[in-house]
Design a protein around this ligand. Structure first.
Ligand code: CMP
Length: 223
């Protein structure tokens, strides 16, 4: 649990009290945790693996976020009774989740000020990112949006080796299209361009980036 920042905010004594109320569950790749519109009574902490948060209708899908080890989701529907899930959560790989029920989560917030602050901080980060997303969708073309998304994922999800940034999730062109709000064909074309220009390499659906600085410079130049 040391890997989950949220738990670092909690006094050890409180964690000891909570442990009996948490349960652990392992999900397979492609399994749904919940669907948008479901009643929500639990919050999920990612122990290992990763999760896609998305919203969809019959013909379209928008990926709002990829979450990974240490992050959490499902807190929004817990804020008031009767709220439903605002998006769907699906596993991108085998994923272990620690699960806490609404009443226990509320107990935590009421008993520990740090936790309430942490939650606020996390929510504000998300709002900041969502605002950025609105800006990007309004003003940037697909190529710039895609480069920005790659930089964001590299900076937030990369492995330790700074000479070879790699997004540690196998990712399809379709998924990238659903993240940047573009057609799959356009995304494939731009990824090919970026490969030809020497910015990225795609091996076994993993995107590697040789020079983050150069790609950032390119983005600034094209903006
Ligand atoms: P909830 O509404 O209970 O269920 C869906 C969850 O997805 C939501 O809580 C948040 O935890 C998470 N979520 C919703 N929107 C975003 C977003 N834009 N970025 C990251 N996570 C989100």
């Amino acid at each position: 649990r040391a890997s989950i920042p949220f738990f670092r905010e909690i006094e050890p004594a409180l964690i000891d009290r909570l442990v009996p109320y948490m349960h652990q569950k392992t999900y397979r790749k492609g399994e749904l945790i919940f669907l948008e519109g479901d009643q929500g009574n639990e919050i999920y902490f990612i122990g290992s693996g990763s999760i896609s948060i998305y919203t969809f209708d019959k013909s379209k899908k928008v990926i709002l976020a990829f979450l990974r080890e240490g992050e959490y989701f499902g807190e929004m529907a817990l804020m008031k009774p009767g709220l439903v899930r605002s998006a769907t959560a699906e596993c991108l790989m085998t994923t272990r989740l620690y699960i806490l029920r609404r009443s226990d989560f509320q107990l935590l917030i009421e008993n520990d000020r740090n936790i309430a602050f942490h939650l606020l901080d996390y929510t504000m980060d998300r709002l900041r990112r969502a605002n950025q997303q609105i800006y990007d969708l309004t003003f940037l073309n697909v190529r710039s949006r895609l480069i920005k998304k790659l930089i964001y994922m590299m900076e937030n999800y990369t492995t330790e080796d700074l000479n070879d940034f790699v997004i540690p999730v196998k990712i399809t062109h379709q998924q990238i299209a659903e993240m940047v709000g573009a057609a799959r064909e356009t995304v494939s074309k731009v990824l090919q361009e970026l490969q030809d220009e020497g910015f990225i390499q795609i091996q076994d659906k993993m995107i590697h980036l040789q020079n983050l600085k150069q790609l950032k410079a390119k983005l600034a130049e094209e903006d």
